[in-house]
Design a protein around this ligand. Structure first.
Ligand code: PBG
Length: 336
């Protein structure tokens, strides 16, 4: 029995072929950046408890993993170092024979066409776990205008410049400053250009919120602050207008990509920035806590893992992200 109904949107959903024809957003391996954690030692593949399916890798083993990801069609990996020793200055972050520098050289040689992106921050290398130089009485950088324990902006910039150049020297294709330090992109761009690394790109964590969803990462990278928090530099989840200031500054300072982080609770931010900046690739970081939530719920049998993962990633892309940093990258590319 046919009734008179003016519009029948279900026509476009009536069978799988029609649905395939009318699909708007697709995931493709070329959308992904896969994060990897590197640790010292040999033959180490150490499971990260809070991120089932993710590991800390020693350099000898991560090379094989990098090759597999490349063969799946993933264009880039994002490297985080989990060094054995740390100090108050985070000097391991720019040591020539530092963990990440060695990893970059070896992976580049083993898989030359895979793009190597390097997280550029001090928090994994400082014994206090902060993303830069901390204002401490007695230290050479002490500045009485700021409270004790405050993250010193300009003293930190000089460190970030050194890290950027050392990562570029070791073979990084793109550096990814993640500290939300004012002026970081301009400082890094200038340092790379002066050192004759103008081909090395900057992927800026332009809009990074002070989020609970980094919890599992801090276990994975052993980079939790030993005191205080990151609220003086990362953004307040209640705010949105600052995203325009942060993103515009980074673009003006020379960022080649801008990243929004986390992704799922900030789809409005992704949407607004992709509309505001059609000139630059928008990257969204589907962070550790977002990954862990799905893994935990799936393990409990509370949702369909595959469908939930694809739905989240499609949602991030639909919101306007061009590129997804996700711990799901490998599994998703195996399904596609
Ligand atoms: C800082 C950094 C963090 C993450 C990426 N880079 C942690 C933080 O800001 O506390 C989090 C990523 C994730 O949760 O997956 N170097």
């Amino acid at each position: 029995m046919t009734r008179q109904i003016d519009k029948r949107p279900r026509r476009l959903r009536q069978n799988a072929t029609m649905r395939r024809l009318t699909t708007q957003v697709c995931l493709d391996p070329s959308d992904f950046i896969a994060p990897l954690f590197i640790t010292e030692g040999e033959q180490v593949k150490s499971p990260i408890r809070s991120m089932p399916g993710q590991f800390q890798w020693s350099i000898d083993l991560v090379k094989g993993k990098a090759k597999q990801l490349h063969e799946l069609g993933i264009p880039a990996i994002l490297l985080f170092g989990v060094p054995e020793t740390k100090d108050s200055e985070g000097s391991g972050a720019y040591a020539e024979a530092g963990l990440i520098q060695r990893a970059l050289r070896e992976i580049k040689e083993f898989v030359p066409d895979l793009l190597l992106i390097c997280d550029l921050c001090l928090c994994e290398y400082t014994d206090h776990g902060h993303c830069g130089i901390i204002n401490a009485p007695g230290s050479p950088q002490f500045d009485a205008k700021f409270p004790h324990g405050y993250l010193l902006n300009d003293a930190t910039l000089e460190r970030l410049e050194r890290i950027a150049v050392s990562q570029a020297m070791a073979g990084a294709d793109i550096v990814a400053p993640s500290g939300m330090i004012d002026g970081m992109v301009g400082a890094i761009r200038g340092a790379l250009d002066r050192a004759d690394y103008s081909q090395v790109g900057v992927l800026s964590y332009a809009v990074k919120y002070a989020s609970a969803f980094y919890g599992p990462f801090r276990e994975a990278a052993a980079g939790a602050p030993q005191f205080g928090d990151r609220h003086s530099h990362q953004m307040d989840p209640a705010n949105v207008s600052q995203i325009f200031v942060e993103s515009q500054l980074d673009i003006d300072e020379g960022a080649d990509f801008i990243m929004i982080k986390p992704a799922l609770a900030y789809l409005d931010v992704i949407h607004r920035l992709s509309a505001r900046h059609p000139e630059i690739p928008i990257v969204a970081y589907n962070v550790s806590g977002e990954y862990a939530m799905i893994k935990a719920a799936a393990k409990a049998g509370w949702l369909d893992e595959r469908q939930a993962i694809l739905e989240c990633l499609l949602g991030i892309k639909r919101a306007g992200a061009d590129i997804l940093v996700s711990y799901h990258a490998e599994e998703v590319c195996q399904w596609l």
